[in-house]
Ligand binder design. Sequence first.
Ligand SMILES: [Zn+2]
Ligand SMILES: [Zn+2]
Length: 155
Amino acid sequence: MEMGKLTRQQSKQILHAAGLRATAPRVAVLRLLSSADRPLSHAEVVDELGTEDWDAATLYRNLIKLDEAGLARVASRVGGVTRFAAQDQGTSTHLHPHFACRDCGDVRCLEDAKVSLPPNSSKWLEALSDAEVQVVGQCPDCREPRGRRSRRRRQ
Ligand SMILES: [Zn+2]
Ligand SMILES: [Zn+2]
């Protein structure tokens, strides 16, 4: 399941614990990633949070900072688009495959799709936690007949 939306206070604590300053845009980016039910691209973060004060470059810098601090991770690079997901400390929040649609470009979490590991799996677990497992195809929305299709429909 998703990590759940962090409160502003929780976000600040997590940032401080990671040795980062809890600036307003950084808190906002972390909260957005933690509440999203799928990995988000920089453009999607800008769509959600972009303002005159928080321009695309500011939001990008903060995404990278969170990534460097281990609070976010790159969950997908399908189609040359880097998408970020919040990384729960000590757990493997995003240790599941992601489905990337080659038509609409959406990337979704396949929470219940497990990756089977080799028998001696402790080494693989570590490797996999840093890996991007991608399934690429046509998503259910795009498979629907024309007319009934609505992009970004949530289940
Ligand atoms: Zn699609
Ligand atoms: Zn995911």
